[in-house]
Design a protein around this ligand. Structure first.
Ligand code: ZN
Length: 243
């Protein structure tokens, strides 16, 4: 298959799989808060593992460009949070909430998934096997993330069908970001360490600023640390398969 089509197929698959995040929400008004914490922590762990894998494969002789790319990625996510006014957004499961809260939650999800699209595109350009694993890891982590975001909308009385649709829509930036990152890196390989650095920096920043602090409040530090570290270790161990 044409490699660009492959990136398209992987990233579209990762986006659509987010719809499975509604499964825990079926038949109940809300899921227990601890479940949400563990959803958060498993997504965070996968993202940390993905950042590690990308950096480990991409570092080569380009540590400086990778570090600079990471700074750009971190600055970009911080800036986007500031500009969109979503820096302090927390998941409010009680309602009522300010007008525009729902669209802010989707905006944060879209921003978040854009960084994950860069990770898939950069990984595919570095190594097709790494790219396939990266896409699988991002796809799997989209499920608990969608449960988390979906529970906000469930608490506001949205139907499961609509929540599934919203989950796919808020993950859609994965597709254009993966394809364009892959195309740019394939055309200009000198950009590769920058793209890898950008994705790693953005993923780690999202985890430390958005996902983990919230999950600690939902399920307590010990279980969150365990779930996040086991998820991270499972993804990081994929490095063995790449050698
Ligand atoms: Zn994520």
């Amino acid at each position: 298959m044409d490699p660009v089509l492959l990136v398209l197929a992987y990233s579209a698959g990762a986006t659509v799989l987010a719809a499975a995040g509604i499964l825990p929400l079926l038949g109940r008004e809300r899921v227990p808060e601890a479940w949400l914490g563990w959803s958060n922590a498993s997504a965070a762990g996968v993202m940390l593992g993905a950042a590690y894998l990308l950096a480990a494969v991409g570092i080569g002789d380009h540590a400086l460009a990778l570090g600079a790319g990471a700074l750009v990625g971190i600055t970009f996510v911080w800036w986007a949070h500031e500009v969109s006014g979503t820096g302090d957004l927390e998941l409010n499961l009680q309602g009522p909430s300010a007008e525009g809260y729902g669209s802010d939650v989707l905006l944060v999800g879209a921003l978040h998934s854009g960084a994950e699209g860069v990770a898939i595109g950069a990984a595919m350009a570095a190594d097709p096997v790494l790219g396939a694993w990266m896409a699988a890891a991002i796809a799997l982590h989209n499920i608990p993330e969608a449960t988390l975001v979906g529970s906000v909308f469930r608490a506001r009385g949205e139907s499961p069908q609509r929540i599934a649709l919203l989950a796919v829509v808020s993950n859609f930036p994965i597709v254009p970001m993966a394809v364009s990152t892959f195309a740019v890196v394939a055309a200009a390989p000198a950009v590769a360490p920058w793209a890898v650095g950008f994705a790693s920096g953005a993923l780690i920043y999202l985890v430390t600023v958005d996902l983990l602090p919230e999950s600690y409040r939902q399920a307590g530090a010990t279980s969150i640390a365990l779930v996040a570290l086991v998820a991270m270790g499972m993804v990081a161990a994929l490095q063995e398969l790449l050698q």
